[in-house]
Design a protein around this ligand. Structure first.
Ligand SMILES: [Cu+2]
Length: 238
């Protein structure tokens, strides 16, 4: 499992030029590494929701699973497995002795560090809390975003096979999946409150349809009141 990030400005230099001299000039002189940001976070080269297709860990109950993890991004990763505790069996390619091995559910990986984990899908309330669709992701908040949009980034799922559909996709996340497998979501075109309980109450700024009936009724009322006032005024004048 390779954790990786992309700085869109740095990556853009290669996309914007074909002359290697310009690329070198831009990367080595114009681009300032101390002002760089990580904008995309990837697991095995994919960002959520595509991590569900290419970075999903599909398991059965009572399995012993070895996970080899590397952090090749420039910031630390705090990899959190939901519903499971795994044991670190090797660090940076060196096997740990039995008494050096620790069991936990959040794993620190500094840039360039590697870890081997032993994950057991034994439903005993320690190794595994139960079969399910369990998230695993970097707990540094930016890690689960794609260009600032959440959920995205390296969010992924450890899935018990009984909960996968015939295409190998998790079955209990239909609503979430429909929302995030939509290009409008990451183009930031979807309403912020769309599809939530607040959609009716709040809506989006500037996107509320004018209520023509109410406006017409209001105008009629104002017109009638003015007419009445004029009538009364004329009556008293006489
Ligand atoms: Cu978590």
């Amino acid at each position: 499992m390779i954790y990786q990030s992309i700085d869109k400005n740095l990556a853009g230099i290669i996309q914007n030029h074909i002359d290697p001299r310009l690329i070198a000039q831009n990367m080595a002189r114009d681009y300032n590494m101390t002002e760089s940001h990580e904008n995309y976070f990837l697991l095995n080269g994919h960002a959520f929701p595509y991590t569900l297709r290419d970075g999903l860990i599909a398991v059965d109950e009572n399995q012993h699973i070895k996970l080899r993890i590397a952090n090749v991004q420039r910031s630390p990763v705090a990899l959190h497995f939901h519903g499971h505790k795994a044991t670190v069996t090797a660090t940076d390619g060196v096997d740990l002795g039995e008494h050096q091995q620790t069991m936990r559910d959040v794993f620190d990986l500094a840039p360039a560090q590697r870890l081997d984990l032993h994950l057991q899908t034994l439903n005993d309330g320690l190794h595994s809390y139960s079969p399910g669709l369990w998230m695993f992701h970097d707990h540094v908040p930016t890690g689960t975003t794609s260009d600032g949009m959440e959920p995205g980034g390296n969010m992924a799922i450890l899935a018990y096979k009984s909960l996968l559909d015939e295409q190998g996709m998790p079955t209990l996340h239909d609503h979430t999946l429909a929302q995030v497998f939509d290009k409008n979501y990451y183009a930031k075109n979807r309403p912020v409150w769309g599809g939530t309980d607040y959609a009716k109450q709040l809506g989006d700024v500037g996107l509320l349809e004018p209520d023509l009936l109410r406006i017409m009724a209001f105008c009629l009322l104002i017109g009638l009141s003015l007419g009445l006032a004029v009538l009364i005024a004329l009556r008293f004048k006489r």
